[in-house]
Design a protein around this ligand. Sequence first.
Ligand code: ZN
Length: 198
Amino acid sequence: MTTGSLRLRKGDVLLVVDVQNDFLPGGALAVPGGDAVIPVLDTCAEKFDRCGLPVIASRDWHPGDHCSFREQGGPWPVHCVAGTHGAELAATLALPRGSALVSKATERDRDAYSAFQGTDLGERLKHLHCRRLFIGGLATDYCVRATALDALAAGLEVIVLEDAVRAVDAHPGDGERALAELASRGARLARLDEVHGG
Ligand SMILES: [Zn+2]
């Protein structure tokens, strides 16, 4: 694992994955300690914004009869139904004005853990001339993992903000294993205090 300073530069983009009410404590599919990512991401987004660098947020945005729900034979309780309170981004998430929003898994018959899957995120990043994608959010072992793997596959440098992610840990250690897997695939794991303005 590399440690040290990460100076923000042109081509850096921050992606905030699924920081939605249903994934926070008290939500339908709460990630333990999920709310702890919010202040870290807020500070990180502010650093990006001060450098004039873009911030993008993704959200799970399901129809009410989505295939990932148990009622439809899927693995999860009903969560992040489009237009509901549970699907809203956390109220305390302070994204810079003009941040883009990417909705995923919007079709009934398809789930998408990755923010790239079935969205225009890849195109957006190309238009932004993104070279390094900083990723934080929920949950480490599902949507953060899948998104980071797709970003690596797209040829981007990936930095996972390890103090800005939390895991479901359906099986104890899932989150740690996901981070180790991402590191072994070439992602860099970093903490907020390593990220510095340009
Ligand atoms: Zn979902």
